[in-house]
Design a protein around this ligand. Structure first.
Ligand code: PBG
Length: 347
């Protein structure tokens, strides 16, 4: 009864048990040992997926101006970095290519070239790390289209079904190269089912599928588009006819339900921190392995404020990642993954 009163307090004069000073919430916060005892959420290296930008060349690295601390790596350096990620206990990495502009066209034909940058990176990383790290590939056309859209453009519109056919071929090329997880990030309708069916059909039933299930048309992707060189291609264009409207939450549940029904093994919510409510709802509704993407703009924001001395980077990056866990994430894609894994290892 007193417990019920605690949560649904009756008017003060009818309460039978005193609350304060018997109940003092600060008791469990008094010392580090006590806080550790009652902590509900924790972050470990197992929670991290590291997105890596790859570029042409060998022995090459180039900083991403809007993402301090992040570099594009040539395939050889990416492979070495993945070996380090494996040592740090990071379970998976995700590859994003900066494609030579000369190889981009309206039809995104480079996306299905088995010798493209991503496929070469997959093979080199596999050779370096064996099976110790999962290799994830983004399935979407934007790094490969001259117009920077994730789909094919016909008469000024992004067409759905023709794009899905090409995405299926892209996913198969990535699976042939040896990737472990395909992650469609394009938001076309029906792509998860089409990709899953093709993988099964072609003997790739082992390949996991992580769906960018609730992906919003967000302005927080800006620095990423610089990193992969799609910002100038996209120009003033936007992705609002396929990525979700930031005002919608119920719709995210429908998107996730569809992707699960079509065969997704894991689902993702993106961006991360401004969409923690969506993450919690998705986790509660479906109980699926659920991931969040701390996107480029979130990373850039924290870095920029820290560079000004306005925020403590070490503290805010940890706090932000823990917040994802508390909101229900089983894992987080974050550009800070190696740094965080290193810190967690040092304890
Ligand atoms: C490509 C893709 C994007 C991101 C991941 N995959 C950009 C976009 O949809 O425009 C964004 C990641 C980030 O901002 O860190 N479809």
């Amino acid at each position: 009864m007193w417990l019920k009163n605690l949560f649904f307090p009756a008017p003060a004069q009818t309460q039978t048990k005193p609350q304060f000073p018997c109940i003092r919430m600060r008791r469990t916060r008094q010392a580090d040992w006590a806080r550790r005892m009652v902590r509900e959420s924790r972050l470990s290296a197992d929670d991290l997926i590291w997105p890596i930008f790859v570029q042409e060349g060998s022995g090459q690295r180039s900083p991403v101006a809007s993402m301090p601390g992040v570099e594009r790596l040539s395939v050889d350096l990416a492979a070495a970095a993945c070996a380090e990620a494996a040592d740090l206990g990071i379970p998976a990495i995700a590859l994003f290519p900066m494609v030579d502009p000369a190889r981009k066209n309206e039809e995104a034909s480079e996306a299905v070239n088995p010798e493209n940058l991503v496929c070469r990176a997959v093979r080199a990383i596999r050779k370096e790390v064996g099976g110790s790290v999962g290799i994830m590939c983004d399935v979407a056309l934007d790094p490969y289209t001259s117009h920077g859209q994730d789909g094919l453009l016909r008469g000024g519109e992004i067409v759905n079904d023709e794009t899905v056919s090409l995405l299926v071929r892209q996913a198969l090329v990535q699976a042939e190269a040896g990737c472990d997880i395909v992650a469609p990030s394009d938001m076309m309708d029906g792509r998860v089912g089409a990709i899953r069916a093709a993988l099964e059909d072609k003997g790739h039933s082992r390949v996991l599928l992580m769906a960018y299930a609730a992906k919003y048309a967000s302005a927080f992707y800006g620095p990423f588009r610089d990193a992969v060189g799609s910002a100038s291609s996209l120009g003033r264009g936007d992705k609002k006819t396929y990525q979700m409207d930031p005002g919608n939450g119920d719709e995210a549940l429908r998107e996730v339900a569809l992707d699960i029904g079509e065969g997704a093994d894991m689902v993702m919510v993106k961006p991360g921190m401004p969409y923690l409510d969506i993450l919690r709802r998705v986790k509660d509704a479906f109980g699926m392995p659920t991931f969040a993407y701390q996107v480029s703009g979130e990373y850039a924001m924290l870095r920029a404020a820290a560079a000004q001395g306005w925020l403590d980077w070490d503290a805010v990056i940890m706090e932000s990642l823990l917040a994802f866990k508390r909101a229900g994430a089983d894992g987080i894609l974050t550009y800070a993954a190696p740094e965080i894994a290193r810190r967690l290892k040092q304890g």
